[in-house]
Write a protein that binds this ligand. Structure first.
Ligand code: ATP
Ligand code: ZN
Length: 284
């Protein structure tokens, strides 16, 4: 059997979805059929769909799994499980008001006209704050609504905020932080689950690798204890003698987040010739 994976046909999530599969060592044949494609070296089949349709296909089991933004998953509220955060497609769903206006909290929205492509999520927010407002659902270019007098407020996806800014709006309150996730059908055969486990294992290795760097450096033996204490490594750092007496080569793995701080401390402890190398896959 093949696991059926739905991904966005084109748009913001398409390239990252394809890249993730590639990083997982999965080669996709460039099928002539633009709706479907098969992997040549992994039991998976791709369906290319509009992102809005992916939750429905996965609920129905036409696709076993899908890559889609959390914003779409929660707006559509289909019966699917969110199984894994993919780490790309990061954005937030936020209210935005005209630049010259002061957003004073949820009560600001009372009796206002709100333009959005996310009526379900906006209504949930209004209900939670016991506020009545008028929601205008529009499918695209939400940010122009205040300019043409269609709405007072918008609730739209934001990443940098430049689209809002160019339309004379300012972001005022975030109602959802979103990223692309892997959703799965509610009922999974043992066989399908085994394929999904293999896929998730690979995705996890790729994700871990991106968060870490491989570091090689030369350390004076006099200070080697100190230098090793700065380097966690997967088990412990590798230490090899250099041809030059009194020096060793130390190899280790460090987290991207601590990177600069550790490098500074290593230099201060006498480390030289520090090389930092990206890791492609990391299996613990
Ligand atoms: P489709 O044709 O598949 O319906 P679309 O126009 O609805 O595409 P895109 O604009 O390609 O959708 O966005 C797809 C997803 O990318 C969004 O649902 C969201 O999860 C994510 N995303 C990340 N950053 C942004 C952003 N700045 N604006 C909009 N979406 C973003
Ligand atoms: Zn869409």
């Amino acid at each position: 059997m093949r696991l059926k994976l739905a991904i966005q046909k084109s748009g913001r999530l398409h390239d990252d979805s394809m890249r993730l599969l590639k990083e997982c060592g999965i080669d996709i044949a460039n099928g002539v059929n633009k709706l479907k494609a098969e992997a040549t070296n992994f039991p998976i089949e791709l369906f290319f769909l509009r992102d809005d349709d992916i939750p429905q296909y996965v609920e129905d089991g036409v696709a076993d799994i899908g890559f889609v933004g959390e914003n779409v998953v929660y707006e559509k509220a289909k019966k699917v499980d969110v199984a894994y955060a993919l780490g790309f497609g990061k954005c937030r769903l936020s209210f935005a008001v005209r630049k010259n206006e002061e957003f004073t909290g949820a009560s600001f929205l009372a009796n206002k006209k709100i333009a959005t492509s996310y009526p379900v999520l906006v209504q949930k927010y209004l209900d939670a704050h016991k506020i009545t407002a008028e929601i205008h659902e529009i499918s695209g270019s939400v940010e122009i609504a205040p300019g043409i007098g269609l709405a007072d407020v918008v609730c739209d996806l934001v990443s940098s905020g430049s689209t809002l800014f160019m339309n004379g709006l300012k972001e005022s309150e975030t109602i959802l932080e979103s990223q692309a996730v892997l959703i799965k059908h509610k009922n999974f055969s043992v066989e399908a689950n085994a394929i999904l486990e293999r896929l998730m294992f690979r995705m996890e290795s790729v994700k871990k690798a991106k968060k870490n760097k491989y570091v090689l450096l030369n350390a004076p033996n006099d200070n080697i204890e100190k230098i090793i204490s700065l380097l966690p490594g997967m088990k412990s750092p590798t230490v090899l003698a250099l041809a030059t007496p009194g020096w060793s080569s130390v190899h280790s793995v460090i987290a991207e987040s601590d990177f600069w701080e550790i490098i500074e401390q290593l230099k201060a402890a006498g480390a030289e010739g520090i090389l930092v190398i990206p890791i492609e896959k990391m299996i613990l």
